[in-house]
Design a protein around this ligand. Structure first.
Ligand code: ADP
Ligand code: MG
Length: 374
């Protein structure tokens, strides 16, 4: 009579075998990626070599009316969308679950309820098809977007520095290998995209505010208002904290945001209408200068002359212009791969060890960066 443990052991063996076969036939490896860390429900099919077979993103527009992402609403929408998005990704990738070799999923950082929808879905899919699973750090995903092979863009190989600036993250990464990255700097308070969004709200623009603020800034003068750029050593004798901060490669946007708030409040309604474009241009220039300052310092300190940028803020024209003037070889993935997507999660998974069934069933999502090393 079969022992109750036999089925589980067989399943384990099948999962391990699958992993072994996948490793030997690297050419034919198909990864199903899932990403639900914030407000985009994403699934993608990526082939070894970084070839994107499909990349489906369903952005939750429902948050617009709240002026920001509401975590509980995001989780509920992920639940409603995930199966549809997965089916679309498989269909557009001209494949089915029977052909998939590996499931990749974002484990964190992000909104915990949102992450759990993707992680539970990935575990269920992998377990029911006896597939190995790779849990991926969302920020490693953003780095790995540069490894994807596109018709118009070759993969970008390490070493390079990578600036990731989105609504949830601001990170300067030192990428020496494909399977890991070092953190040179991160934000002490708001993310760069969040600063764009909050500034846009102060100027009466919608959410997400980055693109609207950039459009308005095109009609304004970036020198009209002087806003503080953190990290810029303006004068000798600056405060101790400011001096100490200037020596790091960290970012901070709370001061720029407060400065905009003060300028806006100092104006009458009519004056504000007349100066909105100038405020937008000055605010955008200050955020971009704060980002570029750290990138320049990091390039100089590391001696690396290759730079990639990613995250939603990488769509910003002024940022692209200013980083292109730094003299480094620049790699900017197309916008759909800069913002949250599952193709980048699958790309990271191709570089990482996989967990066999049932080892992945007990892993948890993590909300902040603190567990990244675990
Ligand atoms: P997240 O999912 O963490 O919010 P995304 O990678 O989806 O981040 O990027 C969204 C962020 O990018 C938003 O904060 C948005 O305002 C910002 N953004 C998008 N386009 C631009 C732009 N052209 N200029 C500045 N910021 C932008
Ligand atoms: Mg997003």
């Amino acid at each position: 009579m079969a022992h109750p443990g036999d089925a589980r052991r067989d399943a384990c063996r099948r999962s391990e075998r699958r992993l072994g076969v996948s490793a030997r036939n690297a050419e034919r490896r198909l990864v199903l990626g899932i990403e639900t860390s914030c407000d985009d429900t994403c699934a993608a099919v990526v082939q070894s070599g970084g070839v994107v077979r499909s990349n489906v993103v369903s952005s939750q527009l429902v948050h617009e009316r709240f002026g920001g992402v509401v975590p509980e609403v995001a989780s509920r929408h992920h639940l409603e969308l995930i199966n549809l998005v997965l089916a679309r990704a498989l269909e557009e990738g001209a494949t089915d679950l029977g052909e998939v070799d590996l499931v990749a999923v974002t484990r964190g950082p992000g909104l915990i309820g949102a992450l759990l929808v993707g992680l539970s879905t990935a575990k269920a899919l992998a377990a029911s098809h006896m597939l190995p699973l790779v849990p991926v750090d969302h920020l490693h995903g953003h780095v790995a977007a540069n490894f994807l092979a596109l018709a118009e863009l070759e993969p970008f190989d390490p070493p390079f520095l990578c600036l990731i600036a989105s609504g949830g993250h601001t990170l300067l990464a030192d990428v020496r290998e494909r399977d890991r990255f070092g953190v040179l700097g991160t934000t002490l308070d708001d993310a760069a995209g969040e600063a764009f969004d909050k500034g846009a709200r102060m100027l009466g623009l919608g959410f997400p505010g980055g693109p609207a603020l950039e459009r308005l800034a095109q009609e304004g003068d970036e020198h009209a208002f002087e806003l503080p750029v953190p990290g810029r050593r303006k004068r000798p004798g600056a405060g101790v904290a400011r001096e100490a901060f200037a020596r790091t490669l960290d970012f901070s946007f709370a001061g720029i945001k407060t400065a905009l708030w003060q300028r806006v409040n100092a104006l009458s309604d009519d004056e504000l209408q007349a100066r909105r474009a100038d405020l937008a241009a000055s605010y955008q220039a200050a955020i971009v200068e704060a980002l570029v300052l750290r990138v320049r310092q990091a390039l100089e300190a590391s001696g690396i002359d290759r730079l990639a940028i990613g995250g939603g803020v990488a769509a910003n024209g002024l940022l692209r212009e200013r980083v292109s003037e730094l003299g480094a070889t620049l790699h900017v993935p197309p916008r759909a791969l800069c913002t949250d997507n599952a193709a980048m999660i699958a790309a990271a998974a191709l570089e990482l060890p996989a967990l066999a069934y049932p080892d992945y069933l007990s892993i948890d999502a993590f909300a902040g960066a603190e567990l990244r090393a675990a």
